[in-house]
Design a protein around this ligand. Structure first.
Ligand SMILES: Cc1ncc(COP(=O)(O)O)c(C=O)c1O
Length: 362
């Protein structure tokens, strides 16, 4: 039985009539840019995250650049960012004029920690970008206690629950999400959002996403044309009420791997302190990870090395990262593998995956 790496289609099937109606509603209404669905989704998503504001933007990468610019990150500043993440986390920094400074991650959570961030602080550090990688949670409060504004890159963590039931998006100074179709809350195209409880930051974000202007008459900043599309917002409004159920499905899938004995043969991902991760990707580790990948491939089980070349070793970042040594990142890059994860992955699928992993290295 083949097990796909993701299954985003099955959970959406029963919602198809509502999605069709939402799209038809926008076509009938004919307000395609910053219309009523974007405003309503912004309110609903802010309430979901427990944040005062959510502002829709075109994608999760723009969200990061705009969220950095809003509090004034700019030329000559440095922003601390992990290297074990999707490339966009770091790529979003140079367009502000600031420089990424790469830090290492905790080997258990695969996210940054207060220690790894502290080691990268310099007098030019203006902000820290933490990445809630794979749906796990970075320790935002501990990092904020170092005295720097914290931007949460929560692209992979919609649906995750943090300490005292707080959600990613409400833990730091400002946060960003991606609604790329494969994400935990995925649109039918590109989309993103920025959340913050700071009214001034929210105002600046709203201006920056719209050419740095309130009224398309006076332009106060050099901004961006980066709006969440009305059709995507209408679809996201249908999906958002189901996010918690899907997140529970992802948590349950993680438990199925545990009870099927996966932890006896490989290292499983560890939830960050107080986190109940809605696993976006389920990433295991083993010194012979290539053998596991080959064995999974042979029996039709989806798998992927996500960050084999960490960001600080990518050609575009090499100059900025000259001399940077990140031993945990290098180790994770060489030993990690994403195995199937979705809201509908059940016990039988998990047992099949575990049997294949055991056959390879058990
Ligand atoms: C951690 C992380 N940050 C940022 C992004 C960028 O999001 P987008 O693809 O919507 O630009 C992604 C996803 O693609 C991501 O996984």
């Amino acid at each position: 039985m083949a097990v796909p790496l993701f299954d985003t289609a099955t959970p959406l099937e029963p919602l198809r009539p509502q999605i069709d109606a939402a799209i038809a509603g926008v076509l009938d209404d004919k307000r395609f840019i910053l219309g009523p669905n974007v405003s309503a989704f912004e309110e609903e998503f802010a309430a979901y995250c427990g944040s005062r504001h959510a502002i829709g933007v075109a994608n999760g990468t723009d969200a990061l650049t705009i969220a950095l610019r809003a509090p004034g990150v700019g030329p000559r500043d440095q922003v601390i960012v992990p290297s074990f993440t999707f490339y966009a986390s770091a790529e979003a920094i140079p367009p502000t004029g600031a420089t990424p400074v790469f830090c290492d991650v905790d080997p258990d959570t695969m996210c940054v920690s207060a220690e790894t961030v502290k080691a990268a602080i310099t007098p030019r550090t203006k902000a820290v970008m933490v990445v809630h990688l794979f749906g796990n949670l970075a320790p935002v409060a501990e990092i904020a206690a170092l005295g720097l504004p914290v931007l949460e890159d929560a692209a992979q963590a919609a649906g995750t629950i943090g300490p005292e039931d707080a959600r990613p998006g409400s833990l730091g100074t400002i946060a960003t999400f991606s609604f790329f179709p494969s994400k935990n809350l995925g649109a039918f195209g590109d989309g993103g959002a920025i959340t913050t409880s700071d009214d001034d930051l929210a105002d600046r974000v709203r201006m920056l996403r719209f050419h740095g202007s309130w009224d398309k008459v006076t332009y106060e900043h050099v901004g961006y044309n980066s709006r969440l599309d009305e059709i995507q917002a209408a679809i996201l409004r249908v999906l958002l009420p189901h996010l918690d159920d899907w997140a529970d499905g992802r948590r349950e899938a993680g438990r199925c791997y545990g009870t099927a004995g996966l932890g006896e043969v490989v290292t499983l991902p560890s939830p960050g302190h107080g986190a109940q991760p809605a696993w976006h990707l389920y990433v295991i580790r083993h010194p012979r990870i290539d053998d596991i990948a080959t064995a999974l491939g042979e029996v039709g089980i989806g798998h992927k090395f996500y960050y084999r070349t960490p960001v600080h070793r990518q050609p575009a970042m090499r100059e900025l990262a000259a001399g940077v040594e990140l031993p945990v990142t290098d180790e994770l890059a060489a030993t990690h593998l994403a195995i199937p994860m979705s809201p509908v992955l059940g016990r039988a699928d998990a047992e099949e995956v575990v049997a294949a992993v055991r056959a390879a290295v058990g």
